[in-house]
Every structure is written in C-alpha cells, then in structure tokens.
Ligand binder design. Structure first.
Ligand SMILES: Cc1ncc(COP(=O)(O)O)c(C=O)c1O
Length: 532
C-alpha cells in the first residue's frame, strides 16, 4: 500500500524562499488533501498547555509525573482540520442517496437526535440507582411494547447490540430451550442466500451449519428443506424478506415443517423495514427474530455508542430470554431484572449478552421515530420503501439484467446482475463509475446466488426527484458497461483517490507512517505497525 499517495509533504524553507518552483499541495479546488497525523504533527508541540510553575515550583497538574509517549503533537486547529478534511472525503446519507442494499441507509430525522440528547436519557450511567432512571426504564419498556405489538411476538430481549449479536442471542435462546427439554441437537440449516452473519452466528454458538439451496425464483427451496429436516436439526435461520429483496411466501409452511420435526425457527428480521405494519412475523410461526433498529427505525449506523438489535421471542422461547430485562412492578415503577430472583418468576434465562443496557441513544431515537409516525405511518414506511425499490427496478430493467423481475415486484431492494456487460466489464466498473457521478456505490457481489450482484436499496426517505437523478446516472453507466467503454475502466477520475487495490488493502494492510525529514527530503524514518 502506498503511503501518502498525494505526494504531500510539509513546505520547507527552500520551498518558501528558494528559487525552485513551489511544491504541489495535492489539493484539488476546495477538496483538500490530508496526510496522516504522524506526518503533520511534531514532537515538540502540543495542543494542551499545563501550568509549569508557581514561585519556581511545579504546581497543580503540571507537577504530576507524566511520561511522554513520544507521539507527534498537534495544535487544536490542526486536529480539527485534520478530521474535518477527512470527513469531506467521505460520503454520507446527509450528502445524498446512499443505495447500499442490505444496509438500509436512510435519513436519520433530526427530531430523533434532539430527543436522544435530552438530559436524563443522554447522560445516565448504567450503575445509577434504579429509582433515578425510572423514565429511561419506562422508555425501554415502551419501546419493547411497540416491538412486540408490531411483530406479534410474545417478548423481546432488548440487550443485543447489533443484528449479528441478536442472531447469537436468538440461537442461544433456542439452544437453551432444546437443552431444557433434554433434546440438544447439532445442526442449524441456513439457506445459501443468507446474510453472512447467519451461519457465523450459528457456528459461534457451537452448531454445525448446513446450506439449503435457493429456487430459480430466489426463494428457499421448501422441498430441499423438508428433505433435510430430522432429529439432529436444532433450527433453521431464514431471512425474510430475503437478501435478494424477495418475500418468502412459504414462511408459514417452512415454520410448520420445522416445528413438526422438533426444531425451532429463527428469522433474520434485518429487512423488517419492508414489511413493518403489513406482516406480523408472529403469525408466521417464528420463534426468534432480530430487528436492526438502524435499518427499520432510522437510528444512525454507528457513531455515538453501540447499535441495537432487539430479539423478539415466541412463547416457547420467552423463559430463556437473556438478562437484564425491564419489568413493570405492581406498584407502577420499573425494575431492571439483573439476576434470577423471585422477581423473574418462570424465567430460565440463558445468561447475559452484555454487561449493561448501553444503547439508550438508539432506544430513544427508535421510539421517537415510532411515535412520530404512529402505526399507520410505519406501515407507510414499508409501503414507500417497497414502492421506491420497484420504481428503481422497473426504471433500470431494460439496461441491467434483473434476474427475478419476471417473478413479480421486489420488496425493499432491487437486484441486478452483470449479465450483458461487454467482455472484461464487471460490477466493479459500474460501482466506480457511480462514484464519479457523485453517488456511493450499491452493494456489490452480494448475495452470492446472483452473478456480479448489484443490490440497490433506495429506502423510503428518498424523493422521486432524487431517485430519478440516481436512475439517470446508473442508466448512463450501465450503457457504457454494455458498450465496453474503456474510459469507464479508469473511473473514478474525480475522487480523492483513483482505483485502489482493495483486495491487497484488505488482506495485507500495511499500517505505517513516514516521518518527514527536517529538510523535507523524502528520506524520513519509516515506522511500520503491521502488515505483510
Ligand atoms: C439481512 C441482514 N442480516 C444481518 C445483518 C447484521 O446486522 P448488524 O450489521 O447490525 O450486525 C444485516 C446487516 O445489515 C443484514 O442486512
């Protein structure tokens, strides 16, 4: 990996006062180049100023022994500018449409942000006495009721901190239920179109994972599934709507078959945003399902603390829910159940997923989203998400191969393949072309069941005008890929970086910096931290 590909280095006295032509800044118009912190900082400066002496003696903090780590120091403006410049080289939902399929990059309403920052929600500590956080506990309980009502399930575990963490939680609850009836089983079945976290979660919980094929229409092959069921199958994990952006219409039949064979049904509900208010997973025989609050209920992706992946549970799995959980006491107050006591009567919890409920920021944002939409509004969220995806699908199917378009409308995401591109052109060229047009690329090469997959999820928060802009850009790029326009292979040409070797960067990262020599010559010391 090249360090400092822009060629940036600090200006030297001879640059400023010498006769040689000035060095390039690497900047392009107002898009500013930015080197590593180690390249701009220096060891003899700091942004923090401790008082060293009073009456000749060290006083206050300045007198305490501090050992230098020998890191380069930065002034405050340098530090602020460094991160602001880097952030401008990134793409964000606040800049434009973010078509990543399977990720649901939707607008994060500012009202939710305001609510999340309210004193008493934003600044509480997990070890605070429970009587001082009654409002926060009530908020968690209210959110739990919304989730239970919207999904038609019996209970919800609020503590998992992400979708994949929720999958692990659901599988551990399933294992606990099977073990409680003395029927430990060893296999979890996962369709081949599943999100990669599904088999990983099942394997992490100690199960052997076996695949189930998809039909030509992109759905789970029910016949193959039924044929594999048996006394060793603990559970199936089905994503619905699935990762091809399609609803699994035989979900109830799948659940019935699995239950008849003594197994349990895990549903990956990450794509619940396509069906919220329209379908209740509890009516489909599901035993456990996680919901990604960031995907369905508009909480931000990362930033400001952990995420949240609550897991709704059927009656059969409710006793095994993880600790801690909130209960409403008979006196009307709220209590966080931290351990198996009389308070948790009937509970046979499998244990804890987390030390604390740390996702208050996600809970407040999600509940604000629910309350501001109401039940009818949430149904419209799903309808608009599906409408927008179908608009994208139908507007592009004449220039991009849409493998499942003939079997009917899609759900919240539209999927295309690279079929029909000129020789030597692939999905990556379309993705890079989109960057030059000012769009973040769609999800590429996933799911694996579609060749050169392009998975596009516009979400409900995009207007028709913004969808049209995106469609125009993609139609033009698809046309270039079909025609074999060699110039597309050079894209992106307007981005801060051209095509990088992404495989090498991922597989053999070299985390290194080069200390510029005092005279600005390229002979500084190279410090490598890792790589190969
Ligand atoms: C279908 C599906 N399952 C599981 C996950 C994992 O969720 P997380 O990234 O929150 O762990 C995702 C992520 O978007 C997903 O799309």
């Amino acid at each position: 990996m090249t360090i400092n590909p822009s060629g940036w280095r600090p200006a030297t006295p001879s640059d400023v006062h010498g006769e040689a032509p000035p060095t390039t800044t690497g900047n392009r118009a107002l898009m500013l180049e930015e080197p590593l912190l180690f390249e701009i900082g220096s060891r003899d400066q700091t942004g923090v100023d401790f008082d060293r002496s009073v009456d000749g003696a060290d006083a206050g903090l300045g007198g305490l022994l501090r050992t230098s780590l020998d890191l380069p120091g930065l002034s405050e403006p340098q530090a602020v500018r460094h991160y602001t410049r880097l952030s401008r080289q990134n793409y964000a939902i606040d800049l434009g449409l973010f078509p990543l399929g399977s990720c649901t990059m939707k607008h994060n309403p500012r009202l939710n942000e305001k609510v999340a920052r309210m004193a008493g929600f934003a600044d509480i500590h997990p070890l605070q006495p429970q009587e001082t956080v009654q409002g926060a506990l009530e908020l968690i309980d209210t959110l739990a009721h919304w989730l239970i009502t919207l999904t038609g399930m019996n209970a919800v575990a609020m503590s998992p901190k992400a979708g994949a963490h929720g999958e692990l939680c659901g599988i551990l609850a399933i294992r606990a239920a099977l073990e409680a009836r003395g029927d430990a089983r060893s296999v979890v079945l996962v369709p081949e179109s599943a999100h990669g976290t599904n088999p990983a979660s099942a394997a992490f919980a100690g199960y052997k994972v076996e695949g189930i094929p998809a039909t030509a229409a992109g759905r789970v092959d029910l016949g193959a599934l039924k044929a594999r069921l048996g006394p060793d199958v603990a559970a199936v994990m089905i994503t619905n709507p699935n990762t091809c952006g399609l609803f699994e219409p035989e979900m109830k039949a799948i659940s019935d078959a699995v239950h008849a064979a003594g197994g349990l049904v895990y549903c990956d509900g990450a794509n619940f945003n396509a069906i919220v208010g329209r379908v209740r997973p509890g009516d489909l025989g599901i035993d456990a399902m996680h919901i990604n609050l960031h995907k369905t209920f508009s909480t931000p992706h990362g930033g400001g603390g952990p995420g949240s992946g609550p897991v709704v549970l059927s009656e059969a799995l409710t006793p095994f829910a993880p600790l801690p959980y909130v209960v409403k006491s008979s006196e009307g107050g709220y209590q966080l159940v931290e351990e198996e006591t009389a308070l948790a009567e009937g509970s046979d919890s499998f244990g804890r997923m987390v030390a604390f409920h740390g996702q208050m920021g996600m809970f407040t944002r999600a509940l604000a989203y629910m309350l501001s939409h109401g039940a009818d509004g949430l149904r419209q969220v799903a309808e608009d998400a599906v409408l927008n995806a179908n608009y994208v699908l139908r507007s592009l199917e004449d220039v991009l191969d849409a493998p499942f378009a003939s079997s009917g409308p899609c759900m919240h995401e539209a999927i295309f393949s690279d079929r029909g591109f000129a020789d030597g052109f692939s999905t990556i060229d379309v993705a890079k072309g989109l960057i030059d047009e000012g769009f973040h690329p769609m999800t590429m090469y996933f799911p694996l069941v579609v060749h050169g997959a392009m998975l596009i999820e516009p979400t409900e928060t995009e207007s028709k005008a913004s969808l049209d802009q995106f469609i125009v850009a993609l139609r033009s790029i698809a046309g270039r890929a079909r025609a074999g326009d060699e110039a597309l292979k050079a894209a992106p040409i307007f981005a801060p970086r051209r095509r990088l070797d992404e495989t090498l960067a991922a597989r053999k990262p070299v985390l290194a910096w080069k200390t510029p020599a005092p005279d600005g010559a390229d002979n500084g010391e190279v410090v490598e931290v890792g790589g190969g």
